[in-house]
Design a protein around this ligand. Structure first.
Ligand code: SF4
Length: 393
């Protein structure tokens, strides 16, 4: 059977973080219940397309899926089990935020078949958490982590963020080391990106310097600038060193795991496996056709509830050129890089034939290494956006 990854989008959060541009917002109990019912209906209707597929990963992301009740999460999992065949040991992840879980909810997740939890810690400094607009404290994170273990989770990811306003490398690394001491199986460490349309963008703009409107509840506390590019690079390099010394392998630009605990679902994205997305704004890619559900809640729910119209928008068939581009810029994100045999199997053309010139140039600049596999060098990882852009024709 063909394999497929399933993504479920739960767009609800307790409140919006100041840096967040994800499709997420607060909602009351009634709205959450209506959404779950819509989601279940969508899964029931759409899963008939996937009868020849076997789901080997599920990722319930958001938003904050753990704002749902244990009972809603169980119904969601039951809906998936009714609609899909599952492989023998599927990886089933739920994203969770501290402050939205208790032991009962976590046990419900385990009983429903969820075997991996990704906890958004982001920082272990209460001051930084407040600046980010997170709803939780360091204490809440430590408690959530302990409860997840107690509920039986043997595969835990912790999300951390670097390059926060006013952050220094030492302080950031202290937090990271405290996370390592907890021995999660997986750690993701991303640098803050100031996205347009967020309060952070209003405060710091592109230049990373505080520019206007200190929020009323932060009188004089908003740091004057974001870390410089050099500081950010130093944090990134030290992240790798500290995590590797702690027994974690970097298997993707920003993702680290103990051996055997790499995130199967995300590897599926980077290796361009098929995935089916359900829920508001969720994207899917099957047989090189990509589509996205509407990001308008009323429209999404009306299409699902009335059974008329289609919640899908932005459908496109990827050309061979687009598939090759993606194969390169997603594959190069992984430490193992892009295999020449894999490229040939996918496209019936050699990598040299299609990208020989670009690869030669980037090797010459010290950004790639060439062999059976093409990989980023450490310098290439530092400026990976430039490297990836070179593969776009
Ligand atoms: S918890 Fe995550 S999804 Fe929700 S607002 Fe904060 S960053 Fe965005």
């Amino acid at each position: 059977m063909k394999k497929i990854g399933i993504y479920i989008h739960v767009p609800f959060c307790v409140r919006k973080c100041f840096y967040c541009d994800f499709l997420s917002f607060p909602a009351g109990e009634e709205a959450r219940e209506r959404y779950i019912n819509g989601l279940l209906r969508e899964i029931r209707k759409e899963s008939v397309r996937y009868k020849e597929y076997e789901a080997d990963s599920v990722f319930i992301g958001g938003g904050t899926p753990t704002v749902l009740s244990g009972e809603q999460i169980r119904r969601l999992m039951d809906g998936l089990k009714d609609g899909f065949s599952f492989g023998r040991e599927p990886e089933v992840t739920i994203e969770a935020n501290p402050g939205t879980v208790d032991i009962g909810k976590l046990e419900s997740c385990r009983e429903a078949g969820i075997n991996r939890i990704s906890i958004g810690a982001q920082s272990l400094s209460d001051k930084e958490l407040a600046l980010l607009g997170r709803v939780h404290s360091t204490e809440d994170f430590l408690e959530a982590y302990g409860l997840a273990r107690k509920a039986g989770f043997r595969n835990i990811n912790v999300d951390m963020m670097a390059a926060l306003p006013g952050q220094r490398t030492e302080g950031y690394l202290d937090g990271l080391k405290r996370v390592i001491d907890l021995e999660p199986e997986h750690i993701s460490a991303y640098s803050l990106i100031v996205e347009e349309g967020t309060p952070f963008h209003d405060w710091y703009g592109e230049e990373g310097k505080r520019r206007k409107g200190i929020p009323a509840h932060f009188p004089s506390q908003l740091p004057s600038h974001l870390p410089s590019e050099e500081e950010e690079r130093e944090m990134y390099e030290k992240t790798g060193e500290v995590l590797e010394a702690g027994g974690y392998d970097r298997y993707e630009i920003s993702n680290y795991a103990k051996p055997g605990y790499e995130c199967r679902h995300n590897i599926g994205y980077w290796q361009r496996h098929d995935y089916a997305g359900f829920g508001l704004g969720a994207a899917s890619m099957v047989d090189n056709v990509r589509w996205k559900n509407s990001a308008d809640m009323e429209k999404y729910l009306r299409c699902i509830e009335d059974g008329f119209g289609d919640a899908k928008e932005e459908q496109c068939v990827l050309s061979i050129k687009e598939q090759m581009e993606e194969f390169m810029f997603l594959g190069l994100r992984m430490t193992e890089g892009v295999g020449k045999d894999d490229f040939y199997s996918a496209f019936g053309r050699s990598l040299e034939d299609v990208y020989g010139e670009v690869i030669g140039k980037l090797c010459g600049q010290g950004l790639l290494t060439d062999g059976d596999r093409v990989r980023l060098t450490p310098y290439g990882r530092d400026i990976s956006n430039y490297v990836m852009a070179e593969f776009l024709w």
